[in-house]
Design a protein around this ligand. Structure first.
Ligand SMILES: [Zn+2]
Length: 425
């Protein structure tokens, strides 16, 4: 490569067969960019394809939270160091004053857009928002998964994995809770075996009310048998029924801890009838049992009073996810929204980042190493900023949402997915 200009950079991406994302033509290059790197070394190719320079790199997997340069080569993280000469990179992105993290993971979303009413666009809540890996949590069951794979997963730019719904019909409408007649064990196992590269677990949507306990235990036991046979974990809707929790085991995931209390749905303090001030002992015991928790704030599954009471006692979920979060104007939001809310609830920046990178990476067996900037990993990176101002967010309280005012919120500046640069959403 005789010269390295921005045009050459784009050409290289094309030659490498990489997908050039929309917006690449108007990259928000910083003060030091774009710079032509024309060195003797470059005549045979610069050492690195891309250098993210001078950002505050937060990678909990490496215990790192400091200003560092991140160098990328051939779609992989090549090196992280205090100072990497800019002349060694074909292209430099000035990340000074920004937060640089592993590409974010949204552990619980629903991205079968057009296939189900609750589906959102995976790239809007994914690559265009700093999220490079999205886990679809049981939108589809055995009958729908092949279509989801063909029409969404295979054409999305964001990396999508799935938890297969134990119900053959998946979550085709919001109202269908698990009907035992919709469980076809052989079909579930067959689809898992045919799609092991994408299906990382099983989703079970129990009813959670006391009068349905026998039904819920029965379907959870069936799910347990299937999950154990397939060697996969279960993600289960939260219920305060201890008998139901007893069916869960190490590696499983409990989701929706911050539900508004009602007779049907429960939260970390129990249902409406048992609402107490202390986080329930069964919930406190989950960590010792090796069971993970997954929390959302920007959905119908959240009430500010519940999350405030829990977090003030130091109880935080292991992962932060969206479960289809909505902005105040009801448009689909990425995991940046609940991240901002958890920051508001008193978590440190590092604690928030850990719950969308390192922790969800540990909770499922991903075929590709995700959630870390360790050299050799796929070059999935989020460049973020904390925007200051006044931002009002509601919750799932009825009939009227309760609101809180946030003083700062995460904004995506840029994303790198497998070495390909994407402008922030
Ligand atoms: Zn969900």
């Amino acid at each position: 490569m005789a010269r390295s200009t921005r045009r050459v950079f784009l050409g290289q991406l094309g030659a490498a067969g990489a997908v050039v994302m929309p917006g690449l033509g108007s990259l928000p290059w910083g003060a030091r960019a774009p710079r032509a790197v024309a060195t003797a070394q470059d005549s045979s190719g610069a050492t690195y394809d891309l250098l993210l320079a001078g950002g505050r790199v937060i990678d909990p997997a490496q215990g790192l939270s400091a200003v560092r340069d991140v160098a990328i080569l051939h779609g992989r993280i090549a090196r992280i160091d205090e100072r990497i000469p800019q002349a060694q990179a074909r292209q430099v992105f000035d990340a000074a004053g920004k937060i640089v993290t592993p590409g974010l993971i949204d552990l619980h979303s629903h991205v079968y857009e057009h296939g189900t009413p609750l589906g959102v666009n995976s790239d809007v809540v994914g690559n265009l928002s700093g999220v490079t890996t999205v886990v679809d949590a049981g939108t589809t069951g055995a009958s729908m998964f092949p279509g989801f794979r063909k029409f969404v997963i295979e054409s999305a730019r964001t990396r999508i994995y799935a938890l297969l719904n134990i119900s053959t019909a998946g979550c085709c409408t919001d109202e269908i809770y698990l009907d035992a007649r919709l469980i076809n064990t052989r079909a579930v196992l067959r689809v898992i075996d045919a799609h092991r590269d994408l299906i990382l677990g099983i989703k079970v949507r129990v009813r959670g009310s006391h009068e349905d306990l026998a039904h819920d235990i029965s379907v959870m036991k069936t799910a347990r048998e299937i999950a154990d046979q397939a060697g996969l974990p279960i993600m289960m809707h939260w219920s305060t029924e201890p008998d139901l929790l007893a069916v869960m085991k190490a590696g499983d995931i409990l989701t929706h801890p911050f539900n508004p209390p009602s007779e049907r749905t429960s939260n970390v303090f129990g249902s409406q009838l048992t609402q107490a001030d202390e986080v329930l002992p069964q919930i406190q015991a989950l960590t010792d049992r090796g069971i993970f928790t997954d929390g959302q704030l920007a959905t119908t599954h959240h009430q500010w009073e519940v999350s405030e009471k829990a977090t003030s006692q130091g109880w935080f979920p292991d992962a932060i996810s969206t479960d289809v979060a909505r902005t105040p104007d009801r448009t689909p939001a990425s995991v940046l929204l609940p991240m901002s809310q958890f920051l508001h609830l008193g978590m440190s920046l590092e604690q928030v980042i850990e719950r969308v990178t390192t922790n969800p990476a540990k909770m499922l067996s991903y075929p590709e190493k995700v959630g870390s900037l360790e050299p050799g990993s796929s070059a999935d990176v989020a460049v973020l900023e904390l925007e200051q101002g006044s931002f009002t967010f509601g919750d799932g309280s009825r009939p009227q949402a309760h609101t809180r005012e946030l003083r700062q919120q995460f904004v995506n500046v840029a994303t790198v997915k497998g070495g390909v640069f994407v402008k922030g959403g």
